[in-house]
Write a protein that binds this ligand. Sequence first.
Ligand SMILES: Cc1cc2nc3c(=O)[nH]c(=O)nc-3n(C[C@H](O)[C@H](O)[C@H](O)COP(=O)(O)OP(=O)(O)OC[C@H]3O[C@@H](n4cnc5c(N)ncnc54)[C@H](O)[C@@H]3O)c2cc1C
Length: 440
Amino acid sequence: MTNMVKLSALSRRKFLAGGAAALATATGLTSISARAAESAPRIVIVGGGAAGISIANRLSRALKNADITVIERKETHYYWPGLTLVATGAWPKSKVLDHNRSFMPSRVNWVKEMAREIDPDAKRVTTDAGRKVDYDYLVVANGVEYHYGAIEGMDINAIGQNGLASVYQSPDAAAKSWDVIKTFSQQGGEGIFTLPSTPIRCAGAPLKMALLTLDRMRQNGGFDKSNMHFHSGTNGLFGIPFHNQFLLDEFANNNTQVNLRSELIAVDVAARQATFRQAEGDTRTQTYDLLHVVPPMRAPEVVRNSNLAWTEGNMAAGGWLAVDKDTLQHMTYPEVFGCGDVNGTPRGKTAATVKMSVPIVVENLLAVIDGRDPSATFDGYTSCPLLTRFGAAMLIEFDYNGNLTPTFPMIDPKKESWMAWIMKDQMLKPAYQQMLRGRV
Ligand SMILES: Cc1cc2nc3c(=O)[nH]c(=O)nc-3n(C[C@H](O)[C@H](O)[C@H](O)COP(=O)(O)OP(=O)(O)OC[C@H]3O[C@@H](n4cnc5c(N)ncnc54)[C@H](O)[C@@H]3O)c2cc1C
């Protein structure tokens, strides 16, 4: 453990500002031997989203002779963190859409199919087109699966109609969600926001949606004509005690009733009714004019059905990838690493986590290729710009243990600030794109 390295607060700051020095200098990470650098391993990356593309860029620069394959059907790149701004009318949909080809390194084989089966014993990925891709090393980076099907009656095609909103599904759904949120913010009525009990990507997004909708209601006249409800499937609203209390107070002061351990289990879209399972096992049905649904989430099917998923512990139910939380190496297959939302690690399904963990995964994969043990460790860094109203946010950065890890001296993580809003609104997308290119 003594020679393990961690990303410093300094590197995080440089990272977000988009001006990081070269990786090795900024992080103190070691480089690989000339023999490993010249080697030609077959590396497969499943998933070409935030984590997959970023890793492909770094690996293709580090290993000039490697045979790198990215399996990803999607050609359009979604900037997911911008969806909350689309769904609350602050950004146009076009601002969150890009082309994967603009970021994909030219030297990789881009297989535009989906992985259907991963066989880690045979070291082979089979795609939905029947193509078999053998590997020496595998990086699993295929994000999450939205499990809308767990909510009886939920129809993703109805998002944007009949008061039904859901920011998560896609940029299109986010834009349609704004249509119903805008109408509700003018007319008012019964408004419901939900949070499931499963791990979710960006745990702040359901809260940002509620807080920004309340602000739109104040702007557009609906606030005094509404009753608002927030149902959380867990014991709280946010994993950091200070911010959990802040949110409880904020909702109490804004005419929003919070219901804990109350999980959305059914929707009747035509009748505008939502049914919740309460802590005691009872169910409660409420009529609504606006319902914002956050789907339960789990690992994509190809991971859940493979030998790579956790089979015990609290990550087993979602079939999340069984990686060591420090090194991000698979628990039983040393040539396999995980990166991004698919990882069955505590906390941290955010793009900020991806940014900070990609260098760790690359460093450790290079070490394994070099015949060494992985020695870089991840502290679980994640970051949530909690948008509290238009023009204000709290930048909450924390690690696996829930310790606050602020990196900007001028931003207090316990106070709302305009600076934190500007970061979210203007600075994070360029930093994200630099991350995709493997530059920060
Ligand atoms: C509404 C919303 C708001 C958010 N806000 C923030 C924020 O403010 N800050 C922040 O840091 N993060 C935020 N996030 C989270 C952030 O976007 C994710 O954590 C990040 O994108 C995770 O990267 P990833 O590579 O793991 O997943 P993705 O970027 O989703 O990439 C996964 C890729 O895998 C592909 N894939 C899936 N299955 C297969 C398969 N079988 N075969 C091949 N490919 C497959 C998918 O097509 C996808 O392209 C937000 C997310 C959402 C949805």
